[in-house]
Structure formats: structure tokens, C-alpha cells
Design a protein around this ligand. Structure first.
Ligand code: PEP
Ligand code: MN
Length: 337
């Protein structure tokens, strides 16, 4: 349910509605707009009894929202959300490039990659310190030492950091070091992790599960937002299909689908979306062309030596090409880089 206030409604009138909603045992989310305020209501199991609300002073209209997601939907928030990560804005006019290795590498290698990412125009540095690997015998990441390396990258280069949290307890540690918490594809429906990410108040990027629909991705974001955290970015990273020529099928249509339904920014990951180094630049171009707000690219100074996902990791040269092509396409679309 959405309570639309009159354009002449005062802040006291808005507060009175918020109070009435809380007294009904529900959660009110005031959404200030250019001309009027709307108040989203969540927490109802059935349709809200609207007679009491309709009678309050300053209320113009009540809109029943039938979509299973509310806070992430455009009904509650028609304009695009722009997530500001300490000066790097995601979801606005700018297309943001994120780059770095799959797993955090030893300090010197990581710093070398980070310097190159920055030089090419990257704004965010990626690298997993805790890796959710399919096999328990595969490299699991450098752990807290990896987080410390990422903190050094930020200190030296000024790049923002994105790194994955794999469970609620681990999230509290990761949140101390990172600018953006990544929720990986395998954890997209780990609801206790999503709630912990919501409570952290940090920027969260949620990757689409490899067998999840786009609506399920939006519901995962709803979990984070329902905790009062609006700082959410979505990520299309490909899904499993019968196609055997790639690791996953990057679902480009997810991007305009999300844009039509949600105000949240969406980033594309053509690295996991293809699993093939040679295809990453082409799918990066395509992602920006269909409206992605950013790209996250696995990049390494010596890709073959990467601690994980070497086969899909691009060289610095390819990363620079992707940056240049992103800039060109962004310009055609009236965006910047
Ligand atoms: C990653 O970003 O390295 C990663 C593990 O991605 P995903 O969760 O999309 O597989
Ligand atoms: Mn990876």
C-alpha cells in the first residue's frame, strides 16, 4: 500500500500518517518527492484496511501495490536511485567500471592490479577475500589478511572496495573493511545474510543467483531494503542454461526488465556471465548498450596466474579497451564515464 499525500500536506500531516501506520503494527516508509510525499507501507500480511488512513488530513489517495516487492519497485520510488559510495555514484548518469582479481592476491600483485585499474578509469576495486567455492578443496580466499590488503589498496589508490561476505557473522568483519558488500550468486537467497546486510547500513551489491529469476533477485533486494537500507545495487552475472559454449548465459534482457520495474541501479558482470576471457569485452559493450549502470570485470596483470577464475580473467590491456569502449557507448547514450 502506498499513501499519496496532497502536495499541500505539511510535515506534521505526514508524521500523523506515519504514526497511524505504526499503531496498526505496520512499517511506514516516507518517500519525499519533488511535489509531494508518499508513504509506503510494509509488514501487512493481508490488504491494509484503508478507511482509517483515508480519513487522515492531507491524504490524497491510497494505492494498493500488488507486486510482491514494494520498496524496490517504482510505485514507491518512481525516480532512479543513485547510490553514492563516498563520491562514486552508481545509478546516475555515470557508468561505473569496477575491476580487480577474482580473489585478493598477495599484496604486491594486488596493488599492481589496482594501480592499473585506476589508471584505466576504474572507480571500484573488486577482490574476494572469502570465496564461496564449489569444491571445499579449492582455494577459499586469504580471509582477513585479504581484507587488510584491500584496505591498503583503498589507502594507496583511493579506489572504493567491493568484496564478498559469505555468512552473517563474516559480514560484520567484512563491513569493517569494505565500501560495498557483495552478496554472491550462491547466497542470493540466504535470507539471514540479506537481513544482516540490511542491518549493516553499508552499500550492498546483490548478484543474481545462477538459477534465479529476475523477480527473485528483486525480492532479495527487498529483504535488504525492508531492514531500512536503501543502498542496494543489483548485478546480472548470468544464469545456467543448456548453452555449453559459456559458463553461464549473461541475461542481457534482465537489465531493461529491472530498469522498467525498479529504481535500483544494476551492474553487469560479463566475467562470470561468460566464463570466457575472449568474450568479456564484447558482452561488456552489450551490457552498457542495454543500460547497465556499471560493469564488474575480473582483471589481472598476469591472468593465467590468478588464484581463481583465471580462464575468465582479462588482461590490463583488455580492461583498458573495455574502459574506452564503455566511454564511447556511454556518450552515445547521453551518459558519462
Ligand atoms: C565473484 O564475484 O568472484 C563470484 C564468486 O561471483 P558469483 O557469486 O557471481 O559467482
Ligand atoms: Mn570469480
Amino acid at each position: 500500500m502506498l499513501v499519496v499525500m496532497k502536495s499541500t500536506a505539511t510535515s506534521e500531516m505526514v508524521e500523523a500518517v506515519v504514526k497511524a501506520v505504526s499503531e496498526m503494527g505496520l512499517k511506514a516508509h516516507p518517500i519525499p518527492g519533488a511535489n509531494r510525499t508518499a508513504i509506503g507501507i510494509t509488514g501487512n500480511k493481508a490488504q491494509v484496511n484503508d478507511t482509517a488512513l483515508r480519513a487522515l488530513v492531507g491524504v490524497e489517495d491510497l494505492v494498493h501495490v500488488t507486486a510482491p516487492y514494494k520498496l524496490v519497485g517504482r510505485d514507491f520510488h518512481p525516480q532512479d536511485s543513485v547510490v553514492d559510495v563516498d563520491g562514486v555514484t552508481i545509478g546516475g548518469k555515470e557508468v561505473v567500471l569496477m575491476g580487480g582479481p577474482c580473489s585478493v592476491e598477495p599484496l604486491e600483485v594486488t596493488l599492481e592490479i589496482a594501480r592499473a585499474v585506476k589508471k584505466a578509469g576504474g572507480k571500484v576495486f573488486r577482490g574476494g577475500a572469502f570465496k564461496p567455492r564449489t569444491s571445499p578443496y579449492s582455494f577459499q580466499g586469504l580471509g582477513e589478511d585479504g581484507l587488510k590488503i584491500l584496505a591498503q589498496v583503498r589507502q594507496e589508490t583511493g579506489l572504493k572496495i567491493i568484496t564478498e561476505a559469505i555468512d552473517p557473522e563474516n559480514l560484520r568483519l567484512v563491513a569493517k573493511y569494505t565500501d560495498i558488500i557483495q552478496i554472491g550468486a550462491r547466497n542470493m537467497q540466504n535470507f539471514s545474510l540479506l537481513k544482516a546486510a540490511g542491518k549493516s547500513g553499508k552499500t550492498v551489491m546483490i548478484k543474481r543467483g545462477m538459477s534465479s529469476t529476475v523477480d527473485e533477485l528483486l525480492m532479495a533486494a527487498e529483504y535488504v531494503m525492508a531492514e531500512g537500507n536503501n543502498r542496494v545495487i543489483l548485478c546480472e552475472r548470468g544464469v545456467r542454461t543448456f548453452a555449453a559454449h559459456t559458463r553461464n548465459t549473461l541475461d542481457l534482457s534482465a537489465i531493461p526488465y529491472v530498469k522498467a520495474r525498479s529504481h535500483l541501479p544494476i551492474v553487469a558482470d560479463p566475467s562470470h556471465g561468460t566464463g570466457v576471457r575472449e568474450m568479456v569485452a564484447a558482452l561488456s559493450r552489450a551490457s552498457v548498450a542495454v543500460g547497465a549502470d556499471g560493469l564488474i570485470i575480473e582483471t589481472h596483470t598476469s591472468p593465467d596466474k590468478a588464484l581463481s577464475d583465471a580462464f575468465q580473467t582479462v588482461t590490463i590491456g583488455t580492461f583498458e579497451t573495455i574502459a574506452k569502449e564503455t566511454e564511447d557507448i556511454a556518450q552515445i547514450l547521453g551518459r558519462s564515464f
